[in-house]
Design a protein around this ligand. Structure first.
Ligand SMILES: *Cc1c(COP(=O)(O)O)cnc(C)c1O
Length: 398
């Protein structure tokens, strides 16, 4: 009998979205005449841009002819895409070389797989509330997690505690689920803390494209010293509507080195390259052709237009909350709005009230950690019409 990875016994049931869908299905079955509006799931609704689709088609055509056929590609991604990503960073002032970029099938896999580079003995620091992937993938690999508290007082932007040592730190900004964004001064404090503790920051920038204030950092590599202590994950999913097409990238700077117990210098860039070339044969050529198109002028314009569309929904949501003096976070540089449940309600209680009384579905904050138990997440990924109607309905119970 094989001995199984019993760390899996320690993962919490993937309860959140399963439980939401169970409650919604039950409600719909019992109330077939009621129209439910869903503003819960973090998935985009706008289709891919025309230019991206054209590039995907051209890529597929290439694969159909002997002269332009591509077999296995470079595990790290094609230079035609890595160069575009590098230029994209340069355009907002961050220096990232093309060969520090690893193209992937999305940020979820990379944020999970990166745990392989770290021994089980590390102190892993994770915010609460949090994107559950960071927690579950560390538990699966037998690591122990320390939580840092995000709360209304710190604007859901936890800062380092100098009395606590950490080896690996997860930060996500703009944040899922809270929509909160670190400024440069705050990130500098994190970078300094990481350098002092010989720690590494795993920075999830999946929502960077939602930042509209040029003073807010879209990459940790805008912070001095970050190249010695940070890895960044990014994705085409929310930026360019690739949730179903699948493409992302991870930046591992070449300076990022730590000493092994026997004194050997180990490079995280070399380790990640080895890991990827051993276990991953690269993102599809066709998808990389589509992703490269995102960085053209026309592609960028189309992405910005879609993001602006979602941002208008966020404003619609925020206006209603403002009108009723409900405290919220996010919604400006993020597709998420994270608000305090009215009248001290707990998040599942508020979920049931919204579903049963006005047929709107959101995400209970409790699903992202203990600190979310009185908060609720709405997303701006719906249509204008659905978002407006949802907020009119929600107003009736505020
Ligand atoms: C959506 C999301 C991602 C992107 O995941 P993909 O696998 O690239 O689709 C990464 N991190 C966070 C926090 C997200 O919400």
């Amino acid at each position: 009998m094989p001995r199984l990875n019993e760390n899996y016994l320690n993962i919490k049931e993937s309860y959140l979205f399963a439980e939401i869908s169970r409650r919604v299905s039950k409600y719909e079955e019992e109330n077939p005449d009621k129209k439910v509006i869903r503003l819960g799931i973090g998935d985009v609704t706008k289709p891919l841009s025309k230019n991206v689709v054209k590039a995907l088609k051209e890529g597929a055509e290439d694969q159909g002819s002997a002269e332009s056929f591509h077999g296995y590609g470079p595990e790290q991604g094609y230079p035609f895409l890595r160069d575009r990503v590098s230029e994209y960073y340069a355009a907002f002032g961050a220096q990232v070389d093309s060969d520090e970029i690893f193209i992937s099938d999305g940020a979820k896999s990379d944020t999970g797989n990166i745990t392989e580079l770290f021994d089980a003995d590390n102190v892993i620091l994770v915010p609460d509330p949090v994107y559950p992937v960071y927690v579950d993938t560390n538990i699966m690999s037998g690591k122990t997690i320390k939580y840092m508290s995000g709360n209304a007082e710190n604007g859901f932007l936890p800062m380092p505690d100098d009395s606590v040592h950490a080896d690996v730190i997860y930060l996500c900004s703009p944040n899922n689920p809270t929509g909160a964004v670190y400024n440069k001064e705050q990130l500098k404090v994190w970078v300094d803390y990481a350098l002092k503790n010989d720690a590494v920051i795993l920075f999830d920038a999946a929502y960077e494209a939602f930042i509209t204030d040029p003073e807010l950092p879209r990459s940790i590599f805008l912070i001095e010293g970050a190249r010695k202590c940070a890895i960044e994950f990014c994705s085409f999913s929310k930026t360019a509507g690739f949730t179903g097409t699948r493409c992302g990238y991870t930046v591992v700077p070449k300076e990022l080195c730590f000493k092994a117990t026997n004194g050997t210098e180990m490079s995280l860039h070399a380790m990640w390259f080895r890991r990827q070339s051993t276990k991953f044969n690269g993102t599809s050529y066709v998808v990389q052709r589509g992703a490269a198109e995102v960085f053209t002028e026309a592609g960028m314009a189309e992405c910005r237009e879609n993001i602006a569309y979602y941002q208008e929904n966020a404003r619609t949501i925020a206006e209603t909350l403002d009108k009723h003096n409900i405290r919220y976070f996010g919604g400006t540089h993020s597709p998420y709005i994270w608000f305090e449940c009215p009248n001290g309600m707990d998040s599942w209680g508020f979920f049931d009230k919204l579903l049963n009384e006005v047929q709107v579905v959101g995400t209970p904050g409790a699903g992202f950690g203990d600190n979310g138990k009185n908060f609720f997440r709405l997303t701006s990924f719906g249509s204008h019409e659905a978002t407006k109607e949802a907020m009119e309905r929600i107003e009736k119970i505020l």
